[in-house]
Every structure is written in C-alpha cells, then in structure tokens.
Design a protein around this ligand. Structure first.
Ligand SMILES: CC(C)(COP(=O)(O)OP(=O)(O)OC[C@H]1O[C@@H](n2cnc3c(N)ncnc32)[C@H](O)[C@@H]1OP(=O)(O)O)[C@@H](O)C(=O)NCCC(=O)NCCS
Length: 329
C-alpha cells in the first residue's frame, strides 16, 4: 500500500487590529509613503498589541483553519509553528498553542525556524510525518510578531515587516487541496545577509565586552533582493520541471510577500502575467513565516483559487532558506 495522499483541508488567518500606515512610519523615521510604496509595494502593516503573543495569533488562525476543515482540537495530533519570533526562547510556541486550543497530550508540538520560508519547510515536514501514516491531522502554522525584533529607528528594515498568522489543517485527502510536492533549499554561506545578531550562543558575553548588540533584525537589502529573485525562480522552475508542469499551467502563484518588485521580476522570468500572482503585501508588509498561509487564506476566501487548479507556493528567507510547493485543488 502506498503512503496516504495528504491535503490542505482548511485554512485560516489572523492579523492584529492595529494598522500602521506608511504615513504613520514617516513620523517615526525619515521616510515617506512614496519611498516605501514605490520600492516595496507596501502601504500598511498590522502591529500586534504589546501584550499580544505569537502563540495567541497562531491559535486564532488555527481555530479558523480547524473550523474551515471541519475538525476539532481532539482530531489534531501534530502542531508545527514556523516562526522566528517565538513567545519565549524555550519552550516552543507550539506548546502554548496546543494548550490554548485544547489539543490532546498525544500530539507532537514543536517550532521550526526557516524564517520567511518557514511555512514551506513546515508543510514539507508535516506532509512527511502524515505520509508515514503515524499522524493523522496536523496544524501547520506560520506566525510572527515581527514588530518585536525590529529596530524602530532603522528605516531600512522597520518599514518592511508586519505581524500576523496563517494556518492550515493537513490530513488525508477528501478530493481537493492535495500536496503534490515540495522542494527545500539552503544557502548557508549567506547567513550574515539577514539575521538577528544577538540572543544566541554566538552572542559576545556582555559582561566581558561591556557592549551589547541589539536583538533586532540586521539586513543587507540590496544583496538579498538579487539573490531572492534568483532563488525563487530556481525553486519554482525545479518543482514545475519535476512534476512536468509548465508555468502557464499554474492557476495561482502564492509567493512570499516581501517586495512587489521581487514578485514582478519572478513573474517576468517565468513569463507569467503579474495577475497570476496573488499579492496582499500592500496591506500586511512582510509577515515572514505567516506570509504564505495568510495569503493562501485570503486567496481562497476571495475566490482566486478554483477547483482543479494547481497552486505554486514559493518563498525565500533568512538562512538563506528557500523553497516551493505545489497543491492541486
Ligand atoms: C530594502 C529595499 C526595499 C531597499 O530598496 P533599494 O532600492 O535596494 O534601496 P537602497 O537600499 O539601495 O537604498 C537607496 C537609498 O534609500 C535610502 N533608504 C533606505 N530605506 C529608506 C526608507 N525607508 N525611506 C527612505 N529612504 C530610505 C537609503 O539610505 C539609500 O540612500 P542613499 O542612496 O543616500 O544611500 C530592497 O533592497 C529590498 O526590498 N530588498 C529585499 C529585502 C527583503 O525582502 N528582505 C526580507 C527577506 S525575507
């Protein structure tokens, strides 16, 4: 008997109430709506309340995904939270999510750090675990309180990111949403291009050096931009070739929502019309691991994904990690 076919059974998303516009940001740092919008396509982003946690956002998205899938907490036996902004360094955010949702103790719950590629990495992992037949229903969640790791005085990074969560329920297929394949990659030579250079075992001992680097994101934007376009094109082309699908046969591409100019470049390289790409970054900014599941949930609820179509997910992020996935509806 082959391994069971696994599908996305339901989706859900959550964004915090507070919206921070580009004009609001121009009061914090030397920037403008015109600069941010023309360079990135972003108009506004959601920012979590000070006491709102990544796990609470993850659980809110997960509840909607479970309801959409018609499953209850008792059905879930695996939770993977993709995040780089966990509630605490230890224990895993997924443990807080399990408790908030009332998922039974026999569930395996852990976090996964692949930055903005985190959702595709978590999808691949959960797909393999469910495919083994040892788990039946998984919550795969991308959730970030990215505002908590931004330097709000650094205009080169603070304008790009936002907070939010997206979740899917995976389980045995009911005829739609089947995962056809995933591909994961890493270019560890580029770890320094996008990182939080503090808070881990490589942090200089502040007592010895007398100095602390801030626990906020450091990024070489221009370098990342070029590599991101190359990596996303490679991840898209490889998975399409592997499944003998041409770009033109893809109904909807859901790319990581970092920058509209990156998405437009990939559309040009794949020779696809820009309309084939689902884009919501103008309202959310880059929500890191949450970006693809949040966009997927909006694409489904707005009717952008049609029965019988194939959807391509493609992402890149710190690591540098990158990857792609194909789903047939
Ligand atoms: C960050 C990014 C938008 C910058 O756009 P860019 O066209 O490369 O701009 P540059 O970094 O070359 O900066 C151009 C100028 O704008 C300035 N600038 C940077 N941020 C600014 C801001 N928010 N407002 C106004 N000016 C800004 C720079 O200081 C620079 O000024 P200078 O020419 O006087 O030195 C772009 O490089 C990018 O999106 N990179 C990818 C980042 C990414 O996606 N990261 C997440 C990965 S998951």
């Amino acid at each position: 008997m082959g391994s069971p076919a696994i599908a996305i059974l339901g989706t859900g998303s959550y964004a915090p109430e507070k919206i921070l516009t580009n004009d609001d940001l121009s009061k914090l740092v030397d920037t403008s709506d015109e600069w941010i919008f023309t360079r990135t396509g972003i108009r506004e982003r959601h920012i979590a309340a000070p006491n709102e946690t990544t796990s609470q956002m993850a659980a809110a998205a997960a509840r909607l995904a479970m309801s959409d899938a018609g499953v209850t907490a008792a059905d879930i036996d695996l939770i993977i939270v993709a995040t780089v902004t966990p509630d605490l360094p230890m224990p895993a955010t997924a443990c807080f999510v399990q408790h908030q949702l009332g998922v039974p103790t026999h569930a395996a719950c852990f976090d996964l750090n692949a930055a903005c590629s985190g959702f595709i990495y978590a999808l691949d992992t959960a797909w393999a675990m469910l495919g083994s037949g040892r788990y039946r229903h998984a919550l795969v969640i991308g959730a970030e309180k990215f505002s908590s790791v931004l330097d709000w005085k650094d205009r080169t990074t603070c304008v790009l990111f936002g907070d939010g969560a997206g979740a899917v329920v995976l389980g045995p297929t009911r005829g739609t949403g089947q995962i056809l394949g995933t591909k994961l990659y890493t270019e560890g030579a580029h770890t320094h291009l996008l990182c939080i250079p503090d808070g881990g075992s490589n942090t200089p001992d502040p007592a010895a050096t007398g100095a602390r680097t801030p626990r906020t994101v450091s990024m070489k934007g221009r370098e990342i931009f070029k590599i991101a376009v190359r990596e996303m094109e490679e991840a898209a082309r490889d998975i399409l070739a592997q499944h003998q699908i041409t770009p033109a046969q893809i109904g909807c591409v859901i790319p990581h929502q970092a920058n509209l100019r990156i998405i437009d470049a990939i559309a040009r390289y794949l020779e696809l019309p820009a309309e084939r790409f689902f884009v919501n970054l103008e309202r959310y900014g880059n929500t890191s691991a949450a970006s693809i599941p949040l966009a997927l949930d909006e694409a489904r609820s707005s009717g952008r994904i049609k029965p019988g179509e194939t959807t391509l997910f493609v992402a890149f992020g710190a690591g540098l990690t990158y990857g792609s996935a194909l789903v047939r509806w």
